[in-house]
Design a protein around this ligand. Structure first.
Ligand SMILES: *Cc1c(COP(=O)(O)O)cnc(C)c1O
Length: 348
């Protein structure tokens, strides 16, 4: 099986497992774990923030970020199909107590997943009498998962953040795959996260850690985030065992992260040549429009290729446990199966 369901299916590398076994640890709830602290310093440096805090998952990292910025009855705005709106069980509303407002993706080509500055300003200034909701937060996502791993460049990101800040909104960036965006653009992560107030990054998406995300921000935000994480049940004791895997994931994963974009492009080119309707991938997520999602997935599985669905498309995600030869093998298996081709091609 060639598993392209997600970049979370990677297995910890031998070096990760060794580092986990050998990690210096302490009680992170009592007085700190040295390995988690080291990882948090590294990520704070990468994102150009004062401090950072390890989290067990990206969902908790986003939730803590939202809870830092939202008060009961606040409105927060996010691009349509943002992960915090579609894929976190509504916790933005029922735990962080924000009312989500989805902004459409800007119309220009190459702007899937990105709201326009005009829409941000309109939503930020949609005030009214005392019984209307206070807009208080803009939540951005880079890369945007449901848009097919689309990339927001640094200039666009800065314009959106400035628009939000100049109207009194805080900004949280869901940067689960910010690594992929930075590599695709050839810029440093810290340039790409700009002045966002809080930034969440994942160590388990493409970098290969078995677990872990990191929230970064000002020292004051991270002090408060530590309290909120504990409130949510996310305080861990000898977390260095997990943090050590995150450190190795950054060391091993960052230098090769752009390979995943090339793998997705290889797969996209191959499928397009077979007549499939592909959304050209900007990073490691490839969306393909098929006549019937369930039939498409089943046909792929029948030839040894695992994919998933996202936003009405079949989704393939490349990662560090697949090689160019695997992609060629997947394409060859699809090509050799008339039924699979029929399930993936548009009905003519
Ligand atoms: C996966 C993902 C998350 C959440 O990460 P988990 O560790 O699975 O909770 C958040 N945002 C985006 C864009 C993601 O793709």
């Amino acid at each position: 099986m060639i598993d392209l369901r997600s970049d979370t299916v990677t297995r910890p590398s031998p070096a990760m497992r060794r580092a986990m076994a050998d990690a210096p640890v302490g009680d992170d709830v009592l007085d700190g774990d040295p390995t988690l602290r080291e990882l948090e310093h590294v990520v704070a440096g990468l994102t150009g923030r004062e401090d950072a805090l390890w989290m067990p998952s990206g969902s908790m990292s986003n939730l803590v970020g939202l809870m830092l910025h939202l008060r009961r009855g606040d409105r927060f705005i996010a691009p349509a199909h943002a992960h915090v709106i579609d894929s976190e069980l509504g916790t933005a509303a029922w735990i962080a107590q924000g009312m989500p407002v989805e902004l459409p993706w800007a119309a220009a080509p190459g702007t899937q997943g990105i709201p326009s500055v005009e829409d941000v300003v309109a939503a930020a200034t949609a005030g009214g009498p005392y019984y209307t909701l206070r807009p208080s937060l803009l939540c951005l996502e880079n890369t945007h998962n449901a848009a097919g791993g689309s990339v927001t460049d640094a200039a666009t990101h800065h314009r959106l953040v400035d628009a939000a800040h100049s109207h009194g909104l805080a900004v949280h960036l869901d940067g689960a795959r910010i690594w992929h965006a930075a590599a695709a653009l050839g810029v440093e992560v810290r340039e790409l996260v700009g002045d966002a107030d809080t930034v969440s990054v994942c160590l388990s998406k493409g970098l290969g850690a078995p677990v872990g995300s990191v929230l970064s921000g000002s020292a004051a935000h991270i002090t408060e985030a530590r309290r909120i994480r504990k409130m949510l049940g996310g305080g861990v004791r000898q977390g260095g065992v997990l943090g050590a895997a995150g450190l190795v994931a950054l060391e091993e994963g960052l230098p090769r992260i752009d390979d995943d974009r090339l793998l997705a492009a290889q797969l996209a080119d191959g499928l397009a040549a077979l007549g499939c309707r592909v959304v050209p991938p900007a990073t490691n997520i490839l969306l393909v429009a098929v006549p019937d999602l369930a039939a498409g997935l089943a046909a792929l599985e029948g030839v040894g290729v695992l994919a998933s669905t996202m936003n009405g498309h079949v989704r393939f995600v490349t990662h560090r446990d697949v090689t160019p030869a695997d992609v060629d093998a997947a394409l060859a298996a699809i090509t050799a199966s008339p039924d699979t081709l029929a399930a993936l091609r548009p009905i003519s």
